[in-house]
Write a protein that binds this ligand. Structure first.
Ligand SMILES: [Mn+2]
Length: 434
């Protein structure tokens, strides 16, 4: 079943193909299944470029477009019908089903891949291909003398601006994840298992026909200061904060929310000081998400609030400029406690395409209407750390607050706004199950 209307996909395909020269061949493979253990596979999730172009979600397939013989013609190469395999692995649409119900001109069995594409490789002047996914095409192109170009920059430029239909779906994804976080807050209490909160969140996803977009992070106490903690196997002690970074995927589209709250329902003074600072910086960063702003503007806004706050709390003993460091690199000592980027693009991939990743040389794109990003500053004071001095008052605290934000002509729209983040709103519902 297609997620969007056929015309939505055809519009995406022509927007992409219109950018390419005459006599081109485009090959977009989706990934094969991958083994989890022995003969058991991970649940399959199709490559996002394949989903974007035609919504095809079976494994081992290839989307192809060629204009070597006139106007663009599109095809899908898919696993053929095979009753015996389908008894074990599930139904396949096969080439017949793909040609009839998916937005392509024709469809073939993947068994015919060699035969169909070899002559096209030979007669095309330009080949656009995402390598490293399909070994058969990799070796065909290795054997040819043709130069191969990467189609991803063309596709990424399209994917980074969401259509109205995509925005609608991402609103649903953000809303479902918001409700899941509220249920987790309600299930809080001293000694609650990280695993239990994980199950509350993920049960909400599953019961709404969604799934997690990335392994849920549920870190209580010191575990909140481990950025990608996801073993989720410790109980959360009375008086500890729990940091939950969990989002779902709805029809392929991700949400990504983080909330941090005390399992016993009330913040200590020290926790409150850090939480209020992160919240203030997050609100300032969201406010900086204006159409036309440079990519770094919201990181700049979050960083300045955090750095000034660390000075005011006596954690840093320097000027604001010294705390920030090089104004282009943001490499000052505030980074000891806020060591990640302030956000990333969100879409079919949880860390979506479009650039702007921390560590990229490219300064990143300007913010434009239709982009969806996360805004997620944090502060981390793991007491076990030996790389930096951890102030005693704040030792063991980790706080991150993350929302999903749509850029519009009229300013930022927070898609995850139904999930509370103000202290009083969270304290009112923590542990209030039912
Ligand atoms: Mn994120």
């Amino acid at each position: 079943m297609l997620t969007f209307s056929e015309s939505e996909y055809l519009n995406r395909q022509s927007a992409f193909l219109d950018e390419l020269p005459e006599n081109s061949l485009v090959l977009i493979p989706t990934n094969p299944k991958s083994v989890r253990s022995n003969d058991t596979h991970y649940p399959f999730r199709a490559n996002s470029y394949m989903l974007y172009l035609c919504g095809w979600s079976e494994s081992d397939s290839v989307w192809m477009a060629s204009n070597s013989e006139g106007p663009w013609k599109t095809s899908l190469f898919v696993l053929p019908r095979d009753t015996k395999a389908e008894i074990w692995e599930g139904r396949r649409a096969g080439p017949e089903g793909a040609a009839e119900n998916w937005p392509v001109d024709s469809a073939y069995s993947v068994d015919d891949l060699d035969k169909e594409i070899t002559p096209l490789i030979e007669c095309s002047n330009h080949i656009f291909y995402i390598s490293g996914i399909n070994p058969k095409i990799d070796s065909l192109l290795d054997d040819s003398v043709k130069e191969v170009a990467d189609p991803k920059p063309y596709l990424d430029a399209l994917r980074v601006i969401k259509s109205d239909a995509e925005i609608e779906l991402m609103r649903k994804s953000a809303e479902l994840a918001s409700q899941a976080h509220i249920l987790a807050m309600r299930a809080g209490g001293p000694g609650v298992g990280e695993w239990h909160l994980q199950s509350v969140i993920e049960s909400c996803f599953t019961s709404n026909r969604a799934q997690w977009a990335y392994p849920s992070i549920v870190g209580g106490g010191e575990n909140a200061a481990i950025l990608h903690y996801n073993s989720n196997h410790d109980p959360v002690g009375d008086g500890d904060l729990v940091l939950i970074d969990a989002g779902c995927e709805v029809e392929g589209y991700a949400s990504d929310i983080t909330r941090t709250w005390p399992v016993n329902g009330s913040f200590t003074d020290a926790q409150r000081e850090i939480y209020e600072l992160v919240l203030k910086s997050q609100i300032a960063a969201i406010e900086a998400c204006q159409s036309g702003a440079r990519w770094m503007a919201f990181h700049d806004a979050a960083s300045r609030v955090i750095a000034q706050g660390l000075i005011d709390l006596g954690i840093l003993d320097c000027t604001l400029d010294e705390a920030i460091g090089n104004p282009l690199e943001f490499d000052g000592p505030y980074r000891n406690y806020f060591m990640h980027g302030t956000g990333h693009f969100l879409g079919l991939d949880v860390h979506d395409v479009g650039g702007g990743r921390q560590g990229d040389e490219d300064p990143g794109p300007e913010l434009r209407p239709g982009m969806i990003i996360t805004v997620e500053p944090g502060l981390y004071f793991g007491s076990w750390r030996t790389d930096v001095e951890i102030p005693e008052r704040y030792a063991g605290i980790g706080v991150r607050i993350e929302d999903d934000v749509l850029i519009t002509e009229n300013g930022p729209v927070v898609l995850t706004s139904s999930c509370p983040k103000e202290i009083s709103a969270m304290e009112a519902i923590i542990g209030q199950e039912g």
